[in-house]
Design a protein around this ligand. Structure first.
Ligand code: CTP
Ligand code: CA
Length: 225
């Protein structure tokens, strides 16, 4: 037998994670997206696997290696991410949405490359589906964890998302804190759930993922037992 065998508190559980940005086409050569690196979601996927979970990782376009033992599904658009998530959700116990989903897509994707003509260009956008809200509002949803990157009113905005999307937990981070968050290897999180909160101090995303999962496991067990 092995000494110091890692605890496997997620043994028998299926954890579904979204990560990275989505990419929404404007024409055959252009898209809109955002600066999400996918690092937080990939770190959570790796640690959930180490804790014994079966892990499905629905990833937008990111430059990261798939953690060993993790089932990765690559997508580009928010609509593709929704479809992939909805196909896996019925089998999963915990859903953690770290993806920076584009809130809008082009109302019409131009069939041909948009030519440079007038001095101003106006594009019309349509709201994308809210993947996390759709999952959390299913008749028997998994334990749902959202992420909220905020530049102001962090606690108030995060708590509003917790309530409005009917989440079990939300992890908020203040994107104005120097050296943390988007594209960084470190982050700090404020966790909120309906009855409580906890602050996770600034640290590498790999360590933060373990602390986050420990709180998720505690709240998941509280909800299901
Ligand atoms: N989310 C999602 N699908 C979307 C938008 C957001 O699944 N179309 C998820 C994100 O993965 C995150 C949470 O919802 O877990 C909050 O995302 P955020 O962008 O902070 O909130 P929004 O509801 O989009 O509101 P806003 O961008 O206006 O703050
Ligand atoms: Ca958003």
């Amino acid at each position: 037998s092995r000494l110091h065998a890692p605890a496997q508190p997620l043994q028998g559980k299926h954890v579904l994670i979204t990560a990275g940005p989505t990419r929404e086409s404007l024409d055959p050569v252009r898209f809109i997206s955002n600066h999400s690196s996918g690092k937080m979601g990939f770190a959570i996927a790796q640690q959930a696997r180490a804790m014994g979970a079966q892990v499905s990782l629905v990833a937008g376009p990111v430059a990261l290696a798939t953690p060993p033992g993790v089932n990765r599904i690559n997508v580009e658009t928010a609509e593709q991410m929704l479809e992939a998530v909805m196909s896996i959700t019925p089998e999963c116990d915990i859903f953690i949405a770290t993806a920076a989903v584009a809130d809008y897509r082009a109302a019409d994707v131009a069939e041909n490359k948009i030519k440079k003509n007038a001095d101003e260009l106006t594009l019309t956008f349509t709201k994308n589906p809210d993947i996390l809200k759709a999952v959390a509002n299913l008749p028997s949803p998994p334990f749902c964890v959202g992420f909220a990157a905020e530049s102001q009113n962090v606690e108030a905005y995060a708590k509003r998302k917790l309530t409005e999307k009917k989440l079990d937990m939300i992890a908020a981070n203040d994107i104005t804190l120097a050296g943390l968050g988007f594209n960084s290897d470190a982050n700090a999180l404020q966790l909120f759930w309906p009855e409580g909160s906890r602050n996770l101090s600034p640290q590498p995303k790999t360590d933060l993922a373990i602390e986050l999962l420990n709180v998720v496991i505690e709240r998941y067990q509280h909800k299901t037992t």
